[in-house]
Write a protein that binds this ligand. Structure first.
Ligand code: EPZ
Length: 421
């Protein structure tokens, strides 16, 4: 198992390029099942989750290869498989995106239930409700979902759960509805940039999706889809993570190949704390160095403050000049980074849905353990401002969703080293 050794960093300086968005790429890959023509995805990040999705699709018979320019070629012309097995789905929940695509293309699917994870129960009731409303017959037994369907038919479906709209359910139902007979209306659908990116790809394949980026998606089903070439949008969470790293270390970092328009809630908050940010069309220049004001945030569906940046802002709050309050409203257990940040000496505690952080706090190095993808990033950020050398264990969590993060940070001057045990 690899770990990171991280020493207190000088202010980060330099430029980094943001990789393609994990949470878009996984959905786009599943769309390959909707056509026998080849699909080419440029800017597809090389991540563990993308490799797992590759295995899930290969298990169905999809032929996948990396292009010379680092993209992915996906060919489903000989794919006749119908099963996504437990050993793969348990590694990466988004494997369940094959459910909607297989339902509409093959009329049959056998997909392992994903189970929960460190940050919450993560049920998929909205996914199954939506597919049933499109006409699929669904049963579950032995930890598997069994789906049967003749040609799906369009329906009006509401995708809001107790925590607001569901990104995953919106993706799954989009993938199913594009080849259904008739029109579907997805109310309270997720409006994340990753949903827009999927709609963009589907329409370039011949689908008729409108309203992406708004809470109501309209999909006119078509009889077949063709191949396409598409560029995955930049990863807004990676870009935001680097912006926090610059603010935290008082550095000056140019973040390129990103989409500032996807980061409004994060850049607006950073500017309110005293961080200087210059925005271009595809670049962010982030200058830290002034004292950070404390803040209050609530995580919300897009365009609200993203839950995937909650842990990283807990690390930032340890250096703010006062008490910050971070409220997590999307996942019921996204607080496992709190006791680990406390090991660095942070004054941080959980109070119901709120995380209370008192700063500024002189952090000191400690061995800590990553519990999930974004918690890993938060621990690295804290270690960059902790006196001494910290050890961050179980960074396999990080490798799921950040492409060569330590290489990019080291390029900015961060004293971070990956050690393979
Ligand atoms: C996606 O997860 C992302 N993952 C998550 O990113 C992200 O945090 C999340 O959206 C919210 O933005 C991918 O895109 C692969 P949801 P997803 O369905 O689709 C509840 C990361 O770090 N819910 O929008 O699973 C659910 O339990 C990951 O990159 C139901 O109740 O999230 C949660 O509380 C973490 N029933 C809330 O809705 C359902 O059927 C939002 O979940 C589905 C979800």
């Amino acid at each position: 198992m690899d770990k990171f050794l991280v020493r207190k960093s000088e202010p980060l300086k330099g430029q980094i390029r943001v990789s393609g968005a994990k949470n878009s790429c996984l959905a786009l890959m599943a769309a390959s099942l909707l056509t026998d023509d080849p699909l080419e995805l440029d800017n597809a990040p090389d991540l563990v989750d993308v490799r797992t999705m590759t295995r899930v699709l290969a298990n169905l018979g999809v032929e996948i290869s990396r292009t010379a320019s680092g993209g992915l070629n996906l060919d489903s012309s000989r794919a006749r498989g119908l099963k996504a097995p437990y050993e793969l789905v348990s590694k990466m929940r988004a494997s369940y995106y094959v459910l909607g695509a297989l339902a509409t293309r093959r009329g049959k699917a056998e997909v392992s239930l994903p189970g929960g994870c460190a940050i919450g129960q993560r049920p998929i009731d909205l996914h199954l409700k939506g597919l049933a409303m499109l006409g699929a017959e669904i049963s579950t037994s032995g930890g598997y979902i069994y789906l049967r369907a003749n040609r799906l038919r369009g329906a009006r479906i509401n995708l809001s759960g107790r925590y607001g709209s569901s990104v995953g359910a919106t993706v799954n139902i989009m993938l199913a509805a594009v080849l259904a007979r008739g029109k579907s209306v997805l109310e309270d659908s997720a409006a994340e940039p990753e949903i827009e990116d999927l709609a963009h790809l589907l329409n370039s394949m011949g689908a008729r999706v409108s309203g992406a980026g708004s809470p109501v998606l309209e999909i006119e089903g078509v009889s077949e889809l063709s191949g396409a070439r598409h560029t995955v949008i930049p990863d807004r969470i990676e870009a935001a993570t680097f912006a926090v790293a610059a603010a935290l270390t008082g550095g000056t970092v140019a973040i390129t190949d990103c989409r500032p328009a996807h980061l409004g809630a994060v850049t607006c908050l950073l500017e309110s704390l005293g961080v200087n940010i210059e925005k271009g069309e595809t670049t962010l220049l982030v200058r830290g160095g002034t004292p950070l004001a404390p803040f209050r945030i609530k995580t919300e569906p897009y365009p609200g403050f993203p839950t995937d940046m909650q842990a990283q802002f807990c690390a930032l709050a340890t250096q703010a000049q006062g008490k910050s309050v971070i409220e997590e409203n999307i996942f019921e257990n996204r607080t496992l980074h709190v006791p680990e940040l406390a090991r660095f000496g942070a004054d941080i505690r959980v109070d119901g849905r709120k995380i209370i952080v008192k700063g500024p706090c002189r952090l000191s190095s400690a061995p800590v353990m990553a519990s999930d993808l974004r918690a890993s990033a938060a621990l690295i950020l804290a270690a960059l401002v902790a006196e001494g050398t910290s050890e961050i264990n179980r960074i396999y969590h990080l490798d799921r969703g950040y492409e060569h993060l330590e290489v990019k940070l080291a390029r900015l001057g961060a004293p971070i080293l990956r050690v393979s045990e």
